[in-house]
Ligand binder design. Sequence first.
Ligand SMILES: Nc1nc2c(c(=O)[nH]1)N[C@H]1C(S)=C(S)[C@@H](COP(=O)(O)OP(=O)(O)OC[C@H]3O[C@@H](n4cnc5c(=O)[nH]c(N)nc54)[C@H](O)[C@@H]3O)O[C@H]1N2
Ligand SMILES: Nc1nc2c(c(=O)[nH]1)N[C@H]1C(S)=C(S)[C@@H](COP(=O)(O)OP(=O)(O)OC[C@H]3O[C@@H](n4cnc5c(=O)[nH]c(N)nc54)[C@H](O)[C@@H]3O)O[C@H]1N2
Ligand code: SF4
Ligand SMILES: [Mo]
Length: 891
Amino acid sequence: MLHTEPTSSIRTACPYCGVGCGVIATVERDGAVSIKGDPDHPANFGRLCSKGSALADTIGTEGRLTRPVVDGQPATWDAALDRVAGEFRRAIAEHGPDSVAFYVSGQILTEDYYVANKLMKGFIGSANIDTNSRLCMASSVAGHRRAFGTDTVPGTYEDLEQADLVVLVGSNLAWCHPVLYQRLAAAKKARPELNVVVIDPRRTATCELADTHLAIRPGSDVALFNGLLDWLASGNHLDRAYIDAHTIGFEAAVAEARLADPVGATGLERAAIDRFYGLFAGTERVVTVYSQGVNQSEQGTDKVNAILNCHLATGRIGRPGMGPFSVTGQPNAMGGREVGGLANQLAGHLDLADPEHRAAVKTFWRAPAMAEQPGLKAVDLFKAVDDGRIKALWIMSTNPVVSLPDADRVAAALAKCPFVVVSDVVETDTTRFAHVLLPASAWGEKDGTVTNSERRISRQRAFMPAPGAARPDWWQMADVGRRMGFAEAFAYGGVADVFREYAAQSAFRPELRRDFDIGACAGLSDGEYETLEPFQWPWPAGAGAERERQKRFFAEGGFYTADRRARFVAVRPRALATTSAFPLIMNTGRVRDQWHTMTRSGLSAKLSAHLAEPYCEIATIDAARLGIRPADLVEVTTAQGRAIVRALVSDRQQAGTVFVPIHWTGRNSSAGRVDALVAAVTDPISGQPASKATACRVARFQARWYGFAVSAVEPENLSADYWVTAKSKAGWRIELGCTNEPEDWAGLADAIFGTQGRDDVERIAYHDAGSGRHRVAVIRDGRLVGALYAAPEPVEVSRAFAAKALEQDEFDAGDRMRLLAGRPGQDRPDPGAIVCACFEVGVNTIMAAITQDGLATVDAIGAALRAGTNCGSCRSEIQRMISHARVAQAG
Ligand SMILES: Nc1nc2c(c(=O)[nH]1)N[C@H]1C(S)=C(S)[C@@H](COP(=O)(O)OP(=O)(O)OC[C@H]3O[C@@H](n4cnc5c(=O)[nH]c(N)nc54)[C@H](O)[C@@H]3O)O[C@H]1N2
Ligand SMILES: Nc1nc2c(c(=O)[nH]1)N[C@H]1C(S)=C(S)[C@@H](COP(=O)(O)OP(=O)(O)OC[C@H]3O[C@@H](n4cnc5c(=O)[nH]c(N)nc54)[C@H](O)[C@@H]3O)O[C@H]1N2
Ligand code: SF4
Ligand SMILES: [Mo]
């Protein structure tokens, strides 16, 4: 639906993380869009983080795919979808239904997901549909199903606020679920006795809120939580009534837990462990939040059950302020689980392995070819592409050449796959392999629903037209379904039709007993769908208003196993292994202001200012041993591949481990795509990759020279060993590192700025052959086209100053001097690297306020500089700077 009123405000939901914040998008008369938090949305009550706040920067038409492309040539939808349907049909006819596959995403909407799953599992007759949620939530799904008999998050966000103890395990909430973090921070401010414990091998930004940080050895969570279960059992801190009435398997789980050696496994002091155990045992209202430090492990499912065991043993589940809480990553990771988007699930929380469930879905869909066997899970799916079993593959809303482990192998597999379809909104490392490339409608242009971490279903609504011929994902698949001969089953007139069918399916055959039921939505009119308010499931037909309905699960048992009892699972710790060739553990994860493979967050100059380069965080002691200095370039090597990134030497990193962010791709870096290094090792139960623990080695990269450049245009064909580009307000920032010197520095500068052979530009330069320092700036019509700074050591120029020079209209003699110097004048202080993305406040400005003006609280700095007063995502970093300055002064 298109909204063309002069100024309109549309309520929708943020397309980034699983917190699922409500957003109000206002379209001005001139088409400009502004974004603010929806004060009435129960996930965020008006708050947004840095990524949500910058949404307006990322919705332009820049780089968008606007028409289908077939074999590299523009094509009509008719031709493109005919080709897709034809190739899929042919592969199925020649090699059977299991020779085709879909690889979809927790970032498509529930309606998209429902159609994809229906087409593959009911009509093509294969379960070869898997999703990037396999890389994200699969261990939580498997752990929930083992313990509860169903995949359910029992609690709500309010529980974090009502708890007396919040334990964050393998979750960097401050950066990855920032609004939930802010809700927790606000609760703690109101009630300082609310205790926060962070369990993470790294000292993350989240630790600023924590009373206790347990820097365990990577992979040792099972030992830690087994030790806790043993402590609870030995000290009789159990809820015997709950255990007896609602569970089985307690004795076996405790017997296994008794064998745990938490001190030996975690490397923590006995006293620190005992304090944590004592706190947990003695606090009734405990919420344990966990995320990828738990899920993305070779024993991710066991980690999940080790945590669930402790909550079941204490009966702390499904009551206010209590429960295990797996937070979802993507905006619709949860919706995908509900529609059964994983290769081993069936629609509407039914079980693919259960013949009765299969029969029910077959009847409901009137499906001609129900899948009988689980399909291939993501990593195995791409192995099957590699060895030729998969002949036709449709990838939708995910970028596996960047995000799957052993990513170079994934690229090689796609290169030889006979037929690849990719639906995306922009070109990516993956779209390069598409025989058919389909332009999808993006956020703001498409309609549907998403489910957040607390089971809350919200509408995403369109507020602007899609560019060119871009179309929604569900529309693409429904059309292909019709072209494959299933006209009636895919005859949806609009997205509301899909939603109603999905709601009806969730309530079909209630005797099959499942928790997911939104039958109340089966009869919504189009108008009611349009205005649907956010609600939490379950919402069965006939149930009353949201307020009166069931909010939490399992306080009184009622699990979804045959005997309605939960299962304790006996789990055994396993240690991580390194080798002498690869002695360090490489951990990977997220940074505050980027979203995955940067296809959208990378468009925002503000978001790119926080951390503009891929890096390897390494402990000071390891760096010293390896001769690595701060800001050196380093090579990180594993059995799979090699990356070149910046060294970030820090005391926050545990010795023996390094951390590399996941966001950089082949499009914005020479060698920053970290998944090319990650081993394709998976959890045997969930199939989730162990993305956080690949054995590696790190060495200083011997660059002859280092460079930094700014350019008004995006550079093409950079050929340095190390290069990285990042968006700035008026152009691009480029970092360089090279093993051989160019013949001609000005020529190199011209190649970067695209000014080769041009005589309408002015080139100013400074060369110091003795020290090896070279600076070249190119000016045209009084504006800077680009500036290059090179030196034999990491270049020390002010990045913020140079990037800002691209915005300047005139350069007098003084300006030119300063430009070549790469430093602002004495009178114009250098703000330094940006900490607050919203108001672009730099580290130097904040440090000056702390050390010179004596500001000692985050609020005081906010009052003086505005930093941290909009989205609040940088508040933990400002707090850290204050604490550091205090230590420095004391010392
Ligand atoms: N800014 C930003 N936010 C995001 C995203 C994004 O791309 N950018 N992506 C979203 C998505 S899809 C997801 S899944 C979530 C992920 O959210 P998180 O899971 O919070 O993020 P990660 O950085 O992947 O990893 C979390 C932590 O696990 C720790 N860890 C590593 N190994 C272990 C271990 O063995 N034990 C324990 N206890 N901890 C360990 C890491 O050090 C890391 O700090 O974020 C969501 N939010
Ligand atoms: N080493 C390591 N690897 C990891 C992780 C890790 O922690 N460590 N985390 C894993 C996790 S948890 C996740 S969730 C994945 C994320 O990995 P990906 O899913 O590969 O990452 P995204 O960049 O979010 O990819 C989404 C793609 O969809 C496109 N897109 C956006 N909107 C639409 C739309 O409406 N329709 C269509 N068709 N396309 C759209 C975007 O342009 C983008 O190319 O990475 C995983 N990989
Ligand atoms: S916390 Fe930030 S990224 Fe996540 S939904 Fe809210 S605004 Fe979006
Ligand atoms: Mo994720």
